[in-house]
Write a protein that binds this ligand. Structure first.
Ligand SMILES: O=c1ccn([C@@H]2O[C@H](COP(=O)(O)OP(=O)(O)O[C@H]3O[C@H](CO)[C@@H](O)[C@H](O)[C@H]3O)[C@@H](O)[C@H]2O)c(=O)[nH]1
Ligand SMILES: O=C(O)[C@H](O)COP(=O)(O)O
Length: 304
């Protein structure tokens, strides 16, 4: 056991060729979906979709499917994503078949139901720096190593705009150091840019709130071992920053998720009082594994 492995990516072209030559789990050619959860990301989603379409898709492309899951945006996210060439799925359509949920983890879970690729690459929709090589780099370890299940983007997070990964540095990494030593080499555990093997993540429950990334890391480390988790350098990452008030709720959900999973979460509260005095209900709900849901839907005569 070596623990989390760190990779340096090959060229996009070399990774594209390796992907085209690789078989999927059923023996058919391996397929890759990029899925982007979006809640009001009109400022950035058009460019992101345009870049992915132009650089990574088309005949014999690295990416076979590009899905934007619109989480009840009130801006032009859905229209701009569609015009740029993404398949846009509205979260309400997934809810109609599978029940209502909320939160970023709920959208990732829905994206598995809305996409088909053997490998799924998740990207945040608010990125203001993005290179197609990130997608290729995230996919490469999964193509090359059958025993790897999840690959996180390891990025530099500049703090000159007041960000720099505040929840990551003040909550996630300290908790990992205290409770999850096998994962401490992960530079960006909360990164929204990561690739997963569908056969693995469909067997896992999904935390629907901000705890989804830590839950997936812990559950994969527990079921497949920490060696099944890898990271790849992607360079500098910039994004839209949330207010400290919003991040405090995110931090509480990340903490509750980790403490619950490592067995230190006795008496975890389900609400959080922010510094402005507002009492917020934490989103600690979980969705069942997608594989169970799909089996249930097939038995009931529905298509997932
Ligand atoms: O209810 C939600 C919340 C977020 N998003 C989308 O999810 C992505 C990530 O949200 P963002 O506000 O950019 O998250 P950050 O505050 O930057 O949080 C970081 O840390 C989180 C874990 O705490 C991860 O889930 C994020 O991916 C990671 O970027 C964006 O495209 C959002 O539009 C939704 O679709 N629905
Ligand atoms: O990843 C994180 O820790 C949160 O997204 C906060 O990031 P920021 O401090 O760069 O806004």
């Amino acid at each position: 056991m070596n623990g989390v492995q760190t990779f340096r990516a090959s060229s996009v072209e070399a990774i594209r060729r390796a992907k085209l030559a690789a078989p999927g789990p059923s023996g058919a050619p391996l397929t890759v979906s990029v899925c982007i959860p979006c809640k009001n990301e009109a400022e950035t989603i058009g460019d992101l979709v345009t870049t992915i379409r132009a650089s990574l898709m088309g005949d014999d492309g690295l990416v076979d499917e590009l899905v934007v899951i619109d989480d009840r945006s009130v801006d032009d996210t859905a229209r701009l994503a569609r015009e740029a060439g993404a398949d846009v799925v509205h979260i309400e359509d997934v809810h109609e078949s599978y029940g209502i949920g909320r939160g970023k983890g709920n959208v990732l879970w829905a994206s598995l139901l809305a996409s088909h690729g053997d490998l799924v690459v998740w990207l945040d929709g608010d990125l203001t720096t993005f290179e197609p090589s990130w997608v290729a780099g995230l996919v490469e370890p999964l193509v090359a190593h059958d025993d790897i299940a999840l690959v996180k983007a390891a990025s530099e997070r500049p703090d000159d705009e007041g960000g720099g990964g505040r929840t990551t540095e003040l909550v996630a990494r300290p908790l990992m150091s205290l409770y999850l030593p096998a994962l401490t080499d992960l530079r960006q555990p909360l990164a929204g840019e990561y690739a997963v093997r569908r056969t693995v993540v469909e067997t896992l429950p999904f935390v629907t709130g901000w705890g989804v990334e830590m839950a997936l890391l812990i559950d994969i480390a527990n079921t497949c071992g920490p060696d099944a988790i890898a990271q790849v350098d992607v360079g500098v990452r910039r994004h839209r920053h949330q207010s400290l008030t919003s991040l405090s709720v995110q931090a509480a959900e990340v903490m509750a998720t980790v403490l619950g999973r490592v067995g230190a979460g006795h008496q975890v509260a389900t609400t959080f009082r922010r510094s402005d005095g507002v009492e917020v209900a934490l989103n600690l709900d979980e969705r069942p594994p997608v594989a169970e849901v799909v089996r249930g839907a097939s038995a009931a005569g529905r298509t997932a």
